[in-house]
Design a protein around this ligand. Structure first.
Ligand SMILES: C[S@@+](CC[C@H](N)C(=O)[O-])C[C@H]1O[C@@H](n2cnc3c(N)ncnc32)[C@H](O)[C@@H]1O
Length: 237
């Protein structure tokens, strides 16, 4: 397979694009249909840096937003764009809080679930043209979604361009703080069923703040709650 890195995915030899958890055995779509199980994101090939796996609990994606997530959402102004909304737990929480919101996700089953939950969501990529560009009060990049596209700076520049001046991005970082990696990853279910390889990235709080500064986003708050790390990034006016 010949691979070329592109902001919205990996272009295969046949011109199609590889995206998070898609292709080959479609483990993401399969796990979404059960709303259960654990998915593992791991490097496609063993590299010199020996990047460890990331585990996603599908029950957590399907369950209602946690109290911490609702609390953070309550600090934001609408309308809220949930980037990589998955099955839509944050859209449901935004609706409960009276915040207008829209999800965007490249997974058709995820979008169907989000809409079935009463949310509004678009099947497409964050790098596609979107409604209300430059007018979003806030955006979300949670659950590792800063990795979308495999180039954090490019993703942050795109999200910054969607925000209104002074608009805020709530982005979840990882630990340790200086983690900063980009690589081709695969998603695998507990039976070993893998997706195609897709570009992904991961960053800790310090690395994410540095990428954000280059994308004209200022880190205005860092919150460490229940083992998770959230940065609030503000688009400079
Ligand atoms: C780690 S999962 C997070 C799921 C989600 N936040 C939730 O609450 O269930 C990453 C999500 O980003 C989506 N995604 C990947 N690439 C994307 C892109 N270019 N644009 C929009 N969504 C994307 C995936 O389909 C997947 O739903």
């Amino acid at each position: 397979m010949s691979i070329q890195t592109a902001p919205s995915g990996t272009v295969r030899a046949d011109g199609t694009v590889a995206l998070f958890g898609q292709g080959r055995h479609e483990p993401y779509a399969g796990s979404l249909s059960h709303g259960l199980g654990r998915l593992t994101l791991r490097p496609d090939a063993v590299g010199p840096d020996d990047i460890g796996p990331v585990h996603f609990n599908m029950l957590g994606f399907s369950a209602p937003a946690t109290a911490v997530e609702r609390g953070l959402l309550g600090t934001l102004r609408g309308p809220v764009l949930d980037v990589g909304c998955g099955p839509g737990r944050m859209l449901a929480a935004a609706r409960d809080l009276g915040l207008a919101s829209l999800g965007v996700d490249t997974s058709a089953p995820a979008v169907r679930l989000a809409v079935g939950r009463g949310g509004t969501a678009i099947h497409g990529s964050i790098f596609d043209p979107l409604p209300h560009e430059g007018g979003w009060g806030s955006a979300l990049l949670l659950d590792g979604n800063i990795g979308i596209g495999g180039n954090i700076r490019v993703l942050l520049e795109r999200v910054a361009s969607l925000l209104a001046p002074g608009g805020r991005l709530l982005a979840e970082a990882e630990t340790p703080d200086f983690l900063d990696v980009a690589y081709l990853a695969v998603l695998e279910d507990s039976s070993g069923h893998r997706s195609d390889a897709f570009p992904w990235a991961r960053a800790g709080a310090a690395a994410l703040a540095a990428h954000a500064a280059r994308a004209d986003l200022a880190a205005v708050a860092t919150r460490r709650v229940q083992g998770r790390v959230f940065l609030t990034l503000e688009r400079r006016a």
